[in-house]
Design a protein. Sequence first.
Length: 236
Amino acid sequence: MIGFICAYLIAVRFARRRHYAMSRETVEDLLFWCIVGVILGGRLGYCLIYNLDFYASQPLEILKVWHGGMSFHGALLGLLATAWFYARKKGLSFLMICDIGALAAPPGLFFGRIGNFINAELWGRVTTVPWGMVFPGAGPLPRHPSQLYESLLEGLGLMVILYLVSREDRPHGVLIGTFLAGYGCFRFVIEFFREPDAQMGFIVAGFTMGQILCTLMVLAGTYLLVRSSRLAGKDR
């Protein structure tokens, strides 16, 4: 809830800038549908990407969100799909909406990972580092508090980077490109310290599904940054 409130305040303030010029009412309407997209995408993404066999045999379990099971990458796809449909409906720029969403997302990521840590879920791999922690249900050995690593890098770190990039008006697509590439890089590294999903393990060559999906994010983000840079060069 705190993450959503922070996202709202950031989105409203950022959308008022001349480069975006969106009303508070439009932002509020957009955020409502984005929340719906995040929830649906996150749940369906988890079911389809991380545990397809189980949910294919027990489809009603998909509706039982209180049992847990959300995917960031699924939530991202749900968010992008919502932004695309909303942009078409309102006659707005899809990349402009994505830029606003990118700037507003890190607080939610920060508090979300703090919540994972408090709930003792999505823990890290077994370690001997002094700050290793024993998590309930994860056995007697200390593990990396990978949730805190994610909150610091994907949350605070990405928030600082995006703030610095957003201080000047830039072509649409730069912020979402920075978000995709930045998150992808941070998450790819942290996956080496995070325990792989029990039902999936390692997918190929010792890499997890999260790392494969993050590689796609980095490629997509890099493409948007290069594209935006070229378009800006043509406008000079």
